[in-house]
Design a protein around this ligand. Sequence first.
Ligand SMILES: C[S@@+](CC[C@H](N)C(=O)[O-])C[C@H]1O[C@@H](n2cnc3c(N)ncnc32)[C@H](O)[C@@H]1O
Length: 284
Amino acid sequence: MIKLSDMEYRLLRNYFRDNCGIDILPHKRYLFTTRLREFLDSEGLDSYGALYKRLAIDKDAALRRHLIQAMTTHESSFFRDWHPFDVFMRKILPGVTSEHAARGKESTPIRILSCGCSAGQEPYSIAICVKEWTRTQTKFRPEDFSIVGVDIAEPVLEEARIGEYTKTGLGRYLPASFLRKYFARHGDKWRIHETIRNMVRFTRLNLAERFTYIGPFDIIFCRNVIIYFPTDIKSQVLEQFHRLLPPWGCLIMGASESLIGLTPDFRAVQEGATTYYVPVPKEI
Ligand SMILES: C[S@@+](CC[C@H](N)C(=O)[O-])C[C@H]1O[C@@H](n2cnc3c(N)ncnc32)[C@H](O)[C@@H]1O
């Protein structure tokens, strides 16, 4: 078995930290050997140092894509944790859309960003919520919304565009009524209906880089993505979210994530088990 030296660990750790925000801490060092070993064999390389050289010095773009996919965790499910989606439909959508209308912005779409969207479960859950919520409204239709799913890993984005899921990929939170209504069974997979699929656009984006060019957005979901980023990169991401959101906008983080001590730019709003965040205007 090929050993990972201390120097190789440091080089690879810095590479993934600086390029993707993924910080493989010393107690998780084994992830390099478990997840990257097969690339050494398939690329005919005899050390992790040689792999690092191909990545960082030769800038092999195809290898980089494969390794980013291998080093990121893509676990997700439809309506993950459920309660944030309930709050999204009951509180956030009514609040944001009425502010949007009150400012005479009816002609511009309400823009929703799903960060680290994996194989599409989160943005499609958002689209289902929008579809359900607009059924109860006279002023808004699904076409008034623009939903964008972004991820650093291209293979999961490809899966998201296809929109087919195994039972595991659907997860345990999807209500049976939504499964019946918004999915069609194909063998051992379930395919999301075209009406929902057409509501979401997917694009590659690295949150560890500057990304404000894709905005603005009215609502941002960033759940279970930056949780393992180093603090300085987390703060950079939050600062950019603040710039992307209007004063009436809203940020939804993962159920176990907190912004306490990370940024003064957001105020927490507690709604049952869900905490969401609203931007605090910056003093000029
Ligand atoms: C654990 S999944 C979370 C999926 C979904 N948001 C949820 O909560 O179910 C994390 C996703 O974030 C993506 N990711 C990791 N680092 C990223 C980065 N720097 N920029 C964009 N996406 C990233 C991964 O590829 C992965 O698909």
